[in-house]
Design a binder for this molecule. Structure first.
Ligand code: C2E
Ligand code: MG
Ligand code: MG
Length: 617
């Protein structure tokens, strides 16, 4: 079921072993019949010797292919000679035997060993030792269980050879070989672990194994990545069968494209509409031709169960190790390149993508975050919020900033999303909470006359069981009353609402901490959940506000404000950039205005200065 060179080599080992077993049975049967035809006897024994002695070099070929080191092997003349010469000697011996009977002879209907028969054993032993040494040298590339299983062949065979050498009538060699091959089949050639059953292509494990091994071997290879845009939403509209048919047809297109350009490559289906093609050799030009061909065919409609399905294929060609030289970067590239902002409509090239700062940043975001946490380079900025009722700035929102020494300003949307994925969000969240509380407890804050500071909580933070205790402990540490902070949760968090988040919110609001619903109007508003949660403030999102020139949107805004007011909620409008906009929303009876019109988010000292100045005015 599995494909590729390794599997062809394994098949060769199986085939030679099978053939030699068959010849052996035939030869022994003829031997036992005592008056068998001399020629048939000769053929059967020669057949046995040839095929049997082919299985050991085949075993070595299998090991070389499994470790994916042919490119090194082919360059090494000595190694190649050692690999080929003994087999040459064997063939020569068997030819010479026709005239001299030096290896064996058929005399009087019986098979008799000649004086050079031991050379055959020597060659077999040589190949096994060769295989073992090779295996040992590749110990870093292959897993231990594989190495053990493959090397088990040697002691098993040696034992059997010894037994059979001492007593030629005990034919246990083939039996030992069969057991050894069974061991290898069970440990390394497991199709169920390497094949994606839906598409018949290699699966994620197989891809990872291939790519990791290729990097470890310093091989030059190209990966063509294909991500189907919005695969999940497409899948939710198709039946199970149609999805599989679609995936299969994409898999076929991939194989066709590779065949068309004569590219030697392995194809994989990972998951969620992601396919990968990994070249076996260093074929940069062929790979990009294949990618272009593939893009052309995939752009056309796919008719599945009389349904015309159209999707956007995102294709990125990555040359390793030129563009990407390690496994982690390759995997994160695979998850990043299909971002709309890089889409050119054509085939993307990793080398080009990495020239874009934002892309490079997104690809290294995990490292950037780790570095920032280590060097304490996260900073909390504050954006003042204007209270219409009080006619002054009464609160502010704490917004995290990350200025990296290499990449400069890293957008919060990017690092917050990444931190949620990699778990760093908890450390980051703790830092923001601590910083804000320290600021609120400071003397300079007291002079400003602000009511509270708004702190953003991410979805994963809300779902952490110890959130409430952590917040309360920090407030206590700085001797603050709970009304000094307001926690912002997003609509997405509300949509995910589950019991842990519910408990956190109840506990905190019971203790006197208030909550805002952030980015209202962007996510999937779930009215029922929103009503159930203890929310005091709703923040109308900038994107909502941006469209206020559309008459229908303005009606929606007016009625949303009225509805929220009737529910006794306070309203903050985000993203106000002009005086006209500020006036419009003030007239609408909104409680708070936040936006660049007043100030961008600024560092703590500038913020203190900013509020002080407004007092003087
Ligand atoms: P958000 O909570 O909705 O924050 C408001 C965003 O709108 C901020 O973007 C702010 O700089 C921006 N903004 C405010 N007024 C204007 C305006 O007039 N015009 C424009 N164009 N933008 C305006 P920022 O700082 O880039 O933050 C983006 C998001 O990152 C935040 O959205 C928030 O969800 C998240 N975030 C920021 N800091 C933190 C944090 O400490 N913790 C968590 N969990 N998330 C944070
Ligand atoms: Mg916010
Ligand atoms: Mg917001």
């Amino acid at each position: 079921m599995t494909k590729g060179l390794t599997n062809r080599m394994f098949l060769l080992v199986l085939a030679t072993t099978f053939a030699s077993t068959a010849f052996s049975i035939w030869a022994v049967t003829l031997d036992n019949s005592h008056n068998a035809d001399q020629v048939l006897l000769y053929i059967s024994h020669t057949g046995y010797l040839i095929t049997h002695n082919m299985s050991t070099p085949a075993y070595v070929l299998y090991i070389i292919s499994l470790s994916d080191t042919w490119h090194k092997m082919l360059k090494n003349k000595l190694q190649m000679t050692l690999l080929i010469a003994p087999f040459g000697i064997l063939v020569a011996l068997l030819i010479v035997n026709l005239f001299t009977d030096c290896v064996f002879e058929i005399a009087d209907h019986t098979y008799v060993r000649g004086e050079l028969f031991f050379v055959l054993y020597a060659i077999a032993v040589f190949y096994m030792v060769y295989g073992l040494v090779y295996l040992f040298r590749c110990r870093k590339i292959l897993s231990r269980s594989k190495i053990l299983a493959i090397s088990a062949m040697v002691p098993l065979m040696l034992l059997a050879i010894m037994v059979q050498f001492i007593n030629p009538r005990l034919v246990v060699e083939m039996f030992a070989g069969a057991i050894a091959l069974l061991l290898i089949t069970m440990t390394t050639q497991r199709p169920e672990e390497l094949i994606d059953v839906r598409t018949g292509l290699g699966n994620y494990n197989a891809y990872v194994e291939n790519v990791k091994r290729s990097f470890a071997n310093n091989k030059s290879f190209t990966v063509i990545m294909l991500n189907i845009s919005s695969f999940l939403s497409m899948q939710s509209m198709l039946s199970y069968d149609s999805t599989i048919m679609l995936l299969r047809s994409v898999g076929e297109e991939i194989n066709k494209a590779a065949k068309h350009t004569k590219l030697d490559a392995e194809a994989y289906y990972l998951d969620r509409g992601r396919f990968r093609i990994v070249t076996i050799y260093d074929d940069k030009k062929l790979a990009s031709e294949t990618a272009e061909t593939l893009l052309e065919t995939l752009r056309k409609n796919h008719v599945i169960n009389s349904l015309a399905i159209e999707f956007i294929p995102n294709i990125c060609v990555t040359n390793c190790p030129d563009d990407v030289s390690d496994f982690t970067t390759l995997i994160s590239l695979g998850g990043n390149f299909h971002d709309k902002s890089y889409n050119t409509g054509g085939v993307l090239y990793a080398a080009e993508l990495f020239k874009q700062d934002r892309f490079d940043m997104a690809n290294n975001i995990d490292i950037i975050i780790e570095k920032a946490l280590k060097n304490n380079s996260f900073k909390v900025y504050y954006q003042p919020i204007y209270s219409v009722e009080k006619g002054r700035f009464s609160t502010a929102e704490a917004l995290l900033r990350l200025i990296d020494s290499e990449y400069g300003f890293v957008p919060p949307d990017m690092f917050i999303a990444a931190a949620e994925r990699n778990g760093a969000i908890h450390k980051i969240g703790d830092f923001v909470l601590e910083e804000v509380c320290r600021f609120i407890a400071s003397d300079k804050f007291a002079e400003l006359g602000l009511d509270y500071i708004e702190i953003n909580l991410s979805v994963t933070q809300c779902m952490h069981a110890d959130l409430a205790d952590k917040v309360m402990a920090t407030l206590k540490k700085y001797n603050l009353t709970p009304d000094k902070i307001n926690l912002e949760i997003t609509e997405t968090a509300v949509a995910y609402a589950q019991s842990v988040m519910r408990q956190n919110l109840d506990k905190l609001s019971g203790a006197g901490v208030s909550f805002s619903l952030d980015d209202y109007g962007t996510g999937y508003s779930n009215m029922r959940r929103m009503i159930q949660l203890p929310l005091k403030i709703v923040k109308l999102d900038k994107s909502f506000v941006d469209e206020q020139s559309n008459p229908k949107m303005w009606i929606a805004i007016q009625n949303t404000v009225k509805m929220l007011k009737d529910m006794n909620m306070e309203i903050v409008v985000e993203g106000i950039e002009t005086q006209t906009m500020a006036k419009q929303f003030t007239d609408l009876n909104c409680d708070y205005i936040q936006g660049y019109y007043y100030s961008k988010p600024i560092p703590e000292d500038d913020f203190v200065e900013f509020i002080r100045k407004t007092h003087i005015v």
